[in-house]
Design a protein around this ligand. Structure first.
Ligand code: ZN
Length: 154
């Protein structure tokens, strides 16, 4: 997968990653997708659905969609529990606590803006947490895609 995810609204300065392996892992996640996302993609693929990953909408907001179905305009995001502040698994780091809180709040606000902008350009947005059961998420996605295809066909 070429092209790095442009997290342009990440305006906060980043403290140095705690280790080389952490920074490598984070870079890989940006380009290839997280493990929960990969699991979901495998299931979608198994259901015969074809999608684009890390997709930039042509006439939409500046963002990268984790898993996109451009024709029926269904956008899927698989949010990491930590980065996006999942209510069940939010674990606020103790060192640099203020920075992390600001960072995560910032991410959540960006998520909201992206979602609104995509919806304004006619996308259906599905947000999943990385802790969500991938089979259930896949079923939801498939319903949305099929529903959109039917509407488009009519
Ligand atoms: Zn979670």
């Amino acid at each position: 997968m070429s092209g790095l995810t442009t997290r342009r609204s990440d305006l906060l300065p980043t403290p140095a990653p705690s280790s080389e392996s952490v920074s490598r892992r984070m870079a890989m996640v940006r380009t290839a997708g997280t493990e929960p996302e990969l699991r979901l993609r495998r299931i979608l693929h198994g259901r015969g659905l074809r999608y684009r990953v890390n997709y930039r909408p042509a006439n939409g907001p500046r963002c990268r969609v984790d898993i996109a179905f451009p024709a029926p305009r269904v956008a899927v995001f698989v949010d990491g529990c930590f980065w996006h502040g999942c209510p069940s698994h939010a674990s606020w780091p103790k060192s640099n606590a203020d920075w992390w809180r600001a960072k995560i709040e910032h991410t959540r606000e960006r998520d909201r803006q992206t979602m609104l902008a995509l919806e304004e350009s006619g996308w259906v947005v599905i947000r999943a947490w990385e802790h969500d059961a991938p089979e259930a998420v896949a079923a939801t996605i498939e319903r949305a895609v099929v529903d959109r295809r039917i509407r488009v066909a009519l």
